[in-house]
Design a protein around this ligand. Structure first.
Ligand code: ADP
Ligand code: MG
Length: 399
């Protein structure tokens, strides 16, 4: 789960990281009022969207007076911000954050990620910030400091000081840098984060170390025990298809293709998507309905996949190990009788009681296309999408 910059900043501030004064606004008038509250003579208006690269896309505007703040906010509200990281659909701006303008001396990069190979939190930092870590890695690879934290001792002051020296902080700045680095680490560890990124971390002209940007991501599987974090969720920033799925306990990732997939098991779902591509098609989604695959879950899955208007065919691929194909088939029949689906449905069943399962589908009289193998199913799904409309259903006897 991702959160907004202003939320991440507030959290990190609670762990001792310095941030500029700022306030959230839902309208240009409120943005102006925020600027007035903050005071000073320079402000930065920042679109709050779950994506980076806002600066280059017009989502971060420096303003010299309150009219400028009003205009910048007015320009941003309701706009779809498409950045290098947002994907082609972009993210709509519903909130802006107004912040005091900071006189920057230098910009650095400070990130914390979960390193899966060492199974530890890793600090990734660079004395060059403001640009994306990929660009730093390309342009200034030697500047990147990587340091793995031992969970038994945590990120000690000694360790943080070593990182701070590597980032070129002066002796008078080391203590602030250590507090920032340790603060981020504690926030990461204590809140089940998967990512903390401050880019840029800046040294101001007054010698202060501050986070000018902040990004945090959290482990979805831990959110049940972090109510204070899960309430920061902003559904307006998520793919609505994925939000619907998450709310129903289904594991779904929306994709760009037109073949909807309903599969039990993540590995089988991945293999199904590969086979569709091999057959010349494009999957519309990844969907793992889980081991149980009860009629209710199958029905939910059909509704979800069908709610994506791009879907022109649905491939149901079930391997029944502990489950039974005849139960799954009953689920498919119940789901389709209750909610008829107007696109071709291709079903491939394998495993326990497969013959009974197929027979149930054939006897149901529903326009289901049976497939014997996964590649057969993928080819039939691709072929049924290519057929010109209106689509004619075909029935095949169980093989
Ligand atoms: P993004 O990473 O989405 O482009 P940032 O928050 O990093 O957005 O802002 C982009 C750039 O704008 C920063 O690298 C920094 O140079 C500048 N900037 C951001 N916030 C401020 C601020 N409060 N004062 C001065 N400059 C800022
Ligand atoms: Mg940034």
């Amino acid at each position: 789960m991702d959160i907004h910059e202003y939320q991440a900043k507030e959290i990190l501030q609670g762990f001792g990281v310095k941030i500029p004064p700022g306030g959230l606004a839902y309208s240009p008038e409120q943005a102006t009022y925020r600027a007035h509250e903050i005071g000073g003579s320079k402000w930065v208006v920042k679109a709050q969207v779950h994506t980076g690269g806002r600066g280059k896309a017009g989502g971060v505007k420096v303003c010299d007076d309150e009219h400028g703040v009003f205009d910048a906010a007015n320009e941003m509200f309701g706009k779809k911000l498409v950045t290098q990281q947002s994907g082609p659909n972009g993210k709509v701006v519903y909130r802006v954050y107004v912040e005091g303008g900071i006189e920057i001396e230098r910009e650095l990069y400070l990130g914390f990620v979960l390193d899966r190979s060492s199974e530890r939190i890793m600090v990734v930092a660079s004395r060059f910030g403001g640009m994306e870590i990929e660009e730093i890695a390309e342009g200034e690879p030697g500047s990147i400091v990587r340091s793995v934290v031992d969970p038994a001792v945590g990120l000690t002051e000694f360790h943080a000081r070593e990182i701070a020296f590597n980032l070129g902080f002066s002796a008078s700045q080391i203590q602030q840098a250590v507090a920032t680095i340790q603060g981020c680490y504690r926030a990461f560890r204590d809140l089940d984060a998967t990512m903390v990124e401050i880019n840029p971390l800046v040294v101001t002209q007054d010698g202060l170390i501050m986070a000018l940007d902040a990004k945090m991501g959290f482990d979805d599987n831990a959110m049940f025990r972090r109510p204070e974090i899960s309430e920061l969720r902003d559904k307006s920033q998520e793919d609505p298809r994925e939000t619907r799925a998450a709310d129903r306990g289904l594991s779904y990732v929306g994709l760009e293709g037109n073949i909807g997939c309903i599969v039990n098991g993540a590995g089988l779902a991945m293999a199904t998507m590969d086979m569709i591509q091999l057959a010349g098609g494009e999957p519309a989604n990844f969907l793992d309905i889980g081991g149980g695959a009860s009629p209710e879950r199958v029905a939910k899955a059909f509704r979800l996949v069908r709610s994506d208007e791009k879907v022109e065919a649905i491939l149901v691929n079930i391997f029944a190990g502990i489950n039974r194909c005849d139960w799954v088939a009953e689920g498919v029949v119940l789901a389709l009788q209750a909610n008829p689906v107007d696109v071709p449905i291709i079903v491939r069943l394998a495993g326990t009681h497969v013959e009974e399962g197929r027979q149930i589908l054939v006897d149901s009289g529903l326009p289901v296309i049976m497939a014997s193998t996964l590649s057969d199913a993928a080819e039939k799904a691709v072929a049924s999408c290519r057929k010109s409309t209106p689509v004619t259903f075909q029935m095949e006897a169980a093989s």
